[in-house]
Design a protein around this ligand. Sequence first.
Ligand code: ADP
Ligand code: MG
Length: 271
Amino acid sequence: ETDLERPSETRIITVSNQKGGVGKTTSTVNLAAALADHGFNVLVIDIDPQGNASTALGVPHSADTDSIYDVLIDDLSIAEVVAQCPDVDRLSVVPATIHLAGAEIELVSLVAREQRLQRALEEYQRHRETEGQERLDYVFIDCPPSLGLLTVNAFVAAKEVLIPIQCEYYALEGLSQLLNNINMIQKHLNPPLRVSTILLTMYDARTNLASQVVQEVKQHFPNEVLEAKIPRSVRIAEAPSYQQSVISYDRSSTGALAYLEAAAEIVQRGR
Ligand code: ADP
Ligand code: MG
């Protein structure tokens, strides 16, 4: 139902911002669901100990669920922990459990501590190939609001960073620290890494403030800001409590349409 082309290789996108509450998880979940809806094979990797992306996509993530923790710390393979999203075809999820809260410390003493997610993901892509499964088109990694080893693993595993920015005062505050970290990872661990996408979230078109923020962000990131902005929307906020993306919760809502549009733009800009 779409004329959007598949990428020539899997696009691995880390969703990061060290501020909490800016829409990282909401954007991960809904962009992933929107891309699956557009017909792509999508994987979400939840590396936030809060496990909000796992909750929102309706996959089990109680303490006894095998999860990304076991992949990072105990060398389980992604194939052993991945779960199909019950609500969305073509979308699977590597869940996070509460154990991940300890991983930040446990990783410190492990070999290849920065590369563990990258290696697991490469191995999983080879595994899918040998199993005759379709190639993944998009992988989204939902980061915690910090710049510790979990986020470093996400930066090393990805080629792209997507930064959600909330349209509010001080929207850009703290971003230079994030950008410095990305530069450092690029220099020392993962040369192809770049900030490919800025997504403006919780946008309220009625306020002058919102359009001022848009102008300011565009000045800093002339080529990265998506035209599609995500409006502040009750539907978006409600959907996770029904364990649904906003796309399945209320497909005709402004929030769902905005995420579908942002997803299409991400596809087109990747060409
Ligand atoms: P983060 O992952 O960056 O901490 P979340 O995605 O969890 O941020 O969003 C923080 C809160 O804001 C959540 O309660 C979420 O439901 C709400 N939220 C996110 N985006 C929107 C939006 N566009 N409209 C309304 N509420 C939103
Ligand atoms: Mg989050």
